[in-house]
Ligand binder design. Structure first.
Ligand code: NAG
Ligand code: NAG
Ligand code: NAG
Ligand code: NAG
Length: 339
């Protein structure tokens, strides 16, 4: 369902009206519930996620159930919601294509394609929220508007189709325990962690919604999408943010990290290569030296950058089923605003 401005307003009336309470109106600060405790069920978390999107369409963050003090970032930098770009620009948003809910920690991760302004091209939105006593205490929002934001890959257009399988795992699957999902999160950005992870043959790998095809710097690389991988030499972050969202029902776990790297010229465009992927950087340096020697091209200088990433994994039937890299680039030596 794609929300229009009118249905966004209706979503608030619906969400706030609930079963037992009278419609609280758009200024309402509470989410209706049929239970008396303050925990937030999957339905309650889903409602709050829908409200975040609907409030963007209405260009009004003040109608959200925000906690008295909240933390918020948009594309890695802190800002009050009313100062953010998303609440000015989003003109169309559907329900999330991917929605992972952790009722134990009160957090949710969601991602979808959105339209901004009158742009014909879509952007990729991904976000994490945390809810305490049915009020939003944290919003970590990212929106990709160009390949440069991510460093290479994206597809807002392919995203909904690629995420379908995440939301429709086989009904008879063996669910991973919370402990298994936590151990995956602990190992995601820690190559010292040697847990063995079996990758399913049809495990789906995407970056920013896109099933990545790496054409190589001269356009003669791969023509088939990259698969999932559990590399021994994966990028590391000793301060990775573990277990941001653990959805035991869908077997999804989200981990945050800061990845220092370099933007390299790559074919006609550029690509972000983490410093921990030294071999890839060396190959790129060699390619660049040859290109420069040939003398007739104009190439971006290799430049330091930092990627803030949320890595989303799906695990069931004892195997890794899906792997998503959601990355947003900023300048060199950046730290996360999130502790
Ligand atoms: C795994 O979890 C899902 C969702 O809760 C459930 O429908 C399914 O029956 C579970 N699988 C097994 C084998 O119990
Ligand atoms: C790709 O093309 C370049 C330029 O034509 C060539 O030098 C290089 O060897 C090719 N690489 C591969 C892997 O085919
Ligand atoms: C891996 O171990 C080395 C050596 O003990 C340590 O310096 C590094 O911080 C560890 N990496 C992570 C991600 O914990
Ligand atoms: C640059 O050099 C390549 C290979 O020598 C050639 O194919 C290409 O046409 C040249 N480009 C320009 C803009 O001169």
């Amino acid at each position: 369902m794609r929300l229009s401005l009118a249905t966004a307003a209706a979503a608030f009336a619906f969400a706030l009206g609930g079963v037992a309470m009278p419609v609280a109106g758009l200024a309402g600060k509470t989410i209706s519930t049929t239970t008396s405790d303050n925990s937030c069920s999957r339905e309650c978390m889903t409602t709050i996620v829908d409200q975040v999107l609907a409030s963007m369409l209405l260009h009004n963050p003040n109608i959200l159930p925000l906690a008295a003090t909240y933390y918020a970032t948009e594309n890695s930098h802190p800002a009050a919601l009313g100062m953010m770009t998303l609440w000015r620009t989003v003109t169309s948003a559907g329900s999330p294509s991917l929605l992972a809910i952790d009722t134990i920690s009160g957090s949710a991760y969601f991602s979808l394609d959105v339209t901004e302004g009158s742009e014909a091209k879509k952007s990729v939105l991904w976000a994490r929220i945390k809810v305490v006593d049915k009020q939003i205490t944290q919003l970590e929002l990212y929106v990709n508007r160009s390949r440069g934001d991510h460093g290479f890959s994206f597809s807002a257009v392919e995203l909904p189709r690629n995420y379908e399988r995440w939301m429709s795992p086989p009904a008879d699957r063996d669910n991973a325990t919370r402990a298994v999902l936590e151990s995956l999160s602990a190992a995601t950005f820690n190559p010292n962690d040697t847990i063995s992870v079996t990758v399913a043959d049809d495990c789906q790998f995407t970056e920013e919604g896109w099933s990545v095809i790496d054409p190589g710097p001269d356009g003669n690389g791969s023509t088939t999408p990259l698969g999932c991988s559990w590399r021994q030499h994966r990028p590391a972050d000793a301060d990775a943010r573990l277990n941001l969202v653990i959805d035991e029902q869908y077997g999804i776990v989200v981990t945050g990290a800061i990845i220092p790297g370099k933007i390299y010229p790559y074919g006609e465009i550029s690509a972000f290569i983490p410093n921990d992927m030294k071999e890839a950087q060396v190959q790129q340096d060699e390619w660049l030296a040859k290109k420069q020697a040939s003398g007739n091209t104009s190439l971006l200088a290799p430049t330091a950058a930092t990627g803030e990433t949320l890595q989303v994994l799906q695990f069931y039937n004892g195997k890794l089923q899906g792997q998503q890299v959601m990355l947003y680039l900023s300048g060199p030596d950046m730290k996360s605003a999130w502790p």
